[in-house]
Design a protein around this ligand. Structure first.
Ligand code: FAD
Ligand code: UDP
Length: 381
């Protein structure tokens, strides 16, 4: 009998498995349908011996000391600040848009204050910021919006920014200074030996049994456990009874090049040209020394693994109906980027899992489930 059946060996499931096993001495069965742990952060050495991220570039950044120190129990860190350039008007210029971007793009030499005046003269001020278009047009005006955001967003989401929540483009700020970093968080670092290595350490506990290549739906009727923690897509759990929640997927195309370097920064974005959104060169992120280099192109698509929840009101309405169902499910918790349909970064998922762990510890003991059947109608929580 397992105390917990955890579906999904990504960050959400693995943090909970680790906490419950080590802090509460619980017996865990951790299941994933993929052939590896680490979920979307999974990295591996390719045929040329270069460390690459199978599901696209993952850069760790957080303002949470708790999250940084928690993950630091399982990995040493390599300091890394991500830089991104955007290919615009035949130049590579920094994104987020900043003083250097404006000066390079328009051949100017504006000071910090003059850049603010420049933005003010271009901005279309909105009384209410509702959409992803509003965010950018309100800050820098329509011309820069079109150069950097409009077409990139259409490629990435197959939606116009005016159809997406403000929160999507609000992830990318506007600056008047010369700070070329993509993120400004207090802690910015990469796991020294990669994400998969960090997960191996996290899950190395006698109380944690891992089953890979296993879809939980195929085995759930045969398992004995007390409580379910589910980190897969919430709509799939409920057999899409309220319809499918839309997700955006990506086709990753990897290439290894017989040269030490490919591009000047970790990522280069292609907002208007090219069918892909961006190219990332892993050696910048990992610090690996190698005489070859590996890059990944991202081609957004509607089909494929569910990577991005799509933040817009009609999708939140569907999610909220599933959330109500989830709350009435006995002895079950739903968490993670897919389980709560939230466009979360890694650190947010870790924080969410640490919070859920504390909540579970305050919850009364639940009733066992034998061969997939609950014995009595007691709701946890
Ligand atoms: P996941 O990692 O998706 O794990 C869920 C697991 O559940 C999966 O392994 C899946 O196989 C499994 N599962 C699903 N259904 C079943 C089933 N029926 N049976 C068994 N198992 C099942 N965050 C950052 O902080 N920085 C970044 O730079 C960054 N870059 C990203 C780039 C891309 C392209 C993407 C898609 C995401 C990026 N993220 C980034 C976000 C990050 O990947 C997530 O926040 C994090 O991995 C979510 O962890 P999770 O455990 O919730 O989900
Ligand atoms: N975005 C854009 N142009 C850029 C960078 C980002 O239009 O050069 C928009 C786009 O809609 C993207 C969103 O901002 O999906 C968030 O960007 P981020 O880099 O955070 O995306 P992620 O790394 O999560 O894919």
């Amino acid at each position: 009998m397992f105390d917990y059946l955890i579906v999904g060996a990504g960050l959400a499931g693995s943090v909970l498995a680790e906490r419950l096993a080590t802090k509460a001495n619980k017996k865990i069965l951790l299941i994933d349908k993929r052939n590896h742990i680490a979920g979307n952060t999974y990295d591996y050495y390719n045929n040329d011996g270069i460390l690459v991220h199978k599901y696209g570039p993952h850069i760790f950044h957080t303002n949470s000391k708790e999250v940084y120190e928690y993950l630091g129990k399982f990995t040493a860190w390599r300091p890394y600040e991500h830089h991104v350039l955007a290919s615009v008007d035949g130049q590579l210029v920094p994104i987020p848009i900043n003083q250097n971007t404006i000066n390079a793009l328009y051949g100017l030499n504006l000071s910090c204050e003059q850049v603010q005046d420049f933005f003010n003269s271009k901005a279309e001020k909105k009384p209410v910021i509702r959409t992803s278009e509003d965010v950018v047009v309100n800050a820098v005006g329509r011309e820069l919006y079109e150069k950097f955001f409009k077409y990139y967003t259409r490629k990435q989401w197959d939606l116009d920014p005016s159809e997406l929540d403000a929160s999507v483009t609000a992830r990318v700020p506007t600056r008047t200074n010369k700070d070329n970093r993509y993120f400004t968080d207090t802690y910015q670092a990469m796991p020294m030996h990669g994400y998969t290595n960090m997960f191996s350490k996290m899950l190395d506990h006698p109380n944690i049994k891992i089953m890979l290549n296993t879809d939980y739906k195929e085995v759930i009727g045969t398992l004995n456990y007390k409580t379910l923690i589910y980190t897969g897509p919430i709509d799939a759990y409920f057999d899409y009874c309220y319809g499918k929640l839309p997700y955006r997927s990506i086709d990753f195309k990897f290439e290894t090049i017989d040269a030490e370097n490919f591009q000047p920064t970790g990522t280069v974005n292609y907002p208007t040209s090219q069918p892909y959104t961006r190219i990332t060169e892993f050696k910048h992120l990992t610090g690996q020394k190698h005489n070859k280099t590996s890059i990944v192109f991202e081609y957004p698509t509607a089909e494929g693994d569910p990577y991005y929840p799509i933040p817009r009101p009609e999708n939140m309405e569907i999610y909220n109906r599933y959330k109500i169902l989830a709350a009435s499910e006995r002895n079950a918790y739903f968490t993670g980027r897919l389980g709560t349909y939230k466009y979360y970064n890694m650190d947010q998922v870790v924080a969410q899992s640490l919070t859920l762990f504390k909540k579970i510890m305050q919850t009364t003991q639940t009733e066992p489930i034998i061969n997939g059947h609950k014995l009595s109608p007691i709701k946890a929580g």
